[in-house]
Design a protein around this ligand. Sequence first.
Ligand code: DGY
Length: 320
Amino acid sequence: MKPFVFITRKLPLEFIQEIKRAADVEMWEEEEVPCPRELLLKKAAKADGLLTMLSDKVDQELLHSAPQLKVIANLAVGFDNIDIDHCTEKGITVCNTPDVLTDTTADLTFALMMAAARRIVESAQYVKEGKWKSWGPYLLAGTDLHHKTVGIVGMGKIGRTFAKRTTGFDMKILYHNRSRNREAEEELGAEYCEFHDLLKRSDFVVCLAPLTNETKELFNREAFQQMKREAVFVNASRGAVVVEEALLLALEEGWIAGAGLDVFEREPIGGDHPLLRLPNVVALPHIGSASRETRTEMIQLCSRNLSAVLSGKKPETPVQ
Ligand code: DGY
């Protein structure tokens, strides 16, 4: 009997051919509506493999109800939605999608920084709403990026690729990371900093660190208070690295000048969330890796990883 794989979102069939060769596949039929938890638990109960989204919680409850599960391929580089320790204990291989999304996510992060600095979204809205009556010397004037200091928290592959983009704008690069990134130092002239030193010195503070016990709520009240009043905070990692109440206060009280956010504590963020009322916040719906090319590569990589494990081979990108 062929193994059974459940996919928690509707994906184009032509990109999951690898899994289809190795397994019987069922897929949740919606693209933008998450698979209901009850259904996921039911399917997991008989699944040998799961292809999950970052919004699916793969916790002990799910793992206990999935006695046959051998492999989980998560359609993201981040895997904080999965209880990795428990998977390891149960001998379940977990795979993610690193590398294929590095450039795309770095591009988006740069765009978000630029949009927040130069008030791109606000300005576009201003024109579309018919508010543009005349040219004005300081009309929707933002702040420059070029020759400013960017402080990157999380100098992994995406951090370093983002940093590379900032060199085209002659930005000074500071970074904070679990360990020194000598390649970024040599190649890009990036300077390693203690976290609080980085906050004090940066005009742009950009978080690209994965969500871990160490980074959870790293950006709290104290952190925002240490940033420059002109600083712009950008987050393209995970919402839980920020204490959102503290960020809101920082923006309302003018401790910092603005924010560009691709990720939130709760996703999707409700349309009535107070952060969204602020003109100095650019908010995106977690689209870091969302280019058609990259999403296709991510799906194909997940497909190959599932097929490899279910055929007794090594996957390309295991996380454990
Ligand atoms: C990831 O892959 O973890 C990103 O957050 C997706 O945009």
